[in-house]
Ligand binder design. Structure first.
Ligand SMILES: [Zn+2]
Length: 185
C-alpha cells in the first residue's frame, strides 16, 4: 500500500481565490529536493508562496475558521502560527485550507469567513528561513486531521494522504508564476 496516496478523483471544488498578494510559487506540491535537509527528497504536502513580510493572506473560499494555532502548538510543531479553515465542496463534502508560517492572525476559531477575507499576514514563524506562506488543501477522510490531532486512525482507514494539490484548485487567472525553486522551506 502506498504511504502517500494521491486521490485519483479530486473533489468538486469551485475555483478558489489565490491566498496571498504574491504569486511566486517557490516550492510545488509533491516530491521535492529539500536543500535545507541535506538535499533529501521529501513529500511537500502543500505549496509555498514566497512574498513580503506582512502582506495580506486571504481565505481561499467561504467557510468557518476551524482552528487557530500559535507558534509551537503540538498540532503544527513546525508550522509556526497556523490558521485552518473548514469549507464544503460542491458535493457538500468537507475540506480544509491550512495557512502556515503566519506573522499575524486576524481571525478566531469559529469565525465565519468569505472568500478573499484577510485572515492574517505572511511571515516566517515556525520552521522556515524566509517569508512565505505554506498552503495546504486537505480532504476529510477517516484518517486525516483526527490523526494529526492525536486521536489516532481507525485500522480500516483508507486514504492515508488526504492532501490535495492546491494548484489544481486555485484560480489566479494568468498570475500564477511557474517558477519553482529547490531552495525553499
Ligand atoms: Zn511548504
Amino acid at each position: 500500500m502506498p504511504t502517500h496516496e494521491v486521490k485519483a478523483d479530486p473533489p468538486a471544488i469551485a475555483p478558489l481565490t489565490w491566498p496571498a498578494v504574491s504569486t511566486l510559487t517557490t516550492s510545488p506540491f509533491g516530491p521535492r529536493l529539500k536543500v535545507s535537509d541535506a538535499d533529501r527528497f521529501d513529500w511537500h504536502q502543500g505549496i509555498d508562496i514566497g512574498g513580503t513580510n506582512g502582506e495580506n493572506i486571504y481565505s481561499i473560499a467561504d467557510g468557518t475558521v476551524d482552528g487557530v494555532y500559535t507558534e509551537g502548538s503540538p498540532q503544527y510543531p513546525d508550522g509556526g502560527n497556523v490558521i485552518r479553515v473548514r469549507h464544503y465542496d460542491d458535493n457538500a463534502d468537507r475540506y480544509y485550507s491550512v495557512y502556515m508560517h503566519l506573522k499575524t492572525m486576524a481571525v478566531a476559531k469559529d469565525d465565519p469567513v468569505n472568500a478573499g477575507d484577510v485572515i492574517g499576514t505572511m511571515g516566517q514563524s515556525g520552521d522556515t528561513t524566509f517569508d512565505h506562506l505554506h498552503f495546504e488543501l486537505r480532504e476529510l477522510t477517516s484518517c486525516s486531521l483526527e490523526s494529526q490531532n492525536g486521536g489516532g486512525c481507525p485500522t480500516s482507514a483508507t486514504g492515508e494522504d488526504p492532501h490535495m494539490n492546491p494548484i489544481e484548485h486555485l484560480f489566479a487567472s494568468d498570475v500564477i508564476a511557474p517558477t519553482v525553486s529547490v531552495e525553499s522551506f
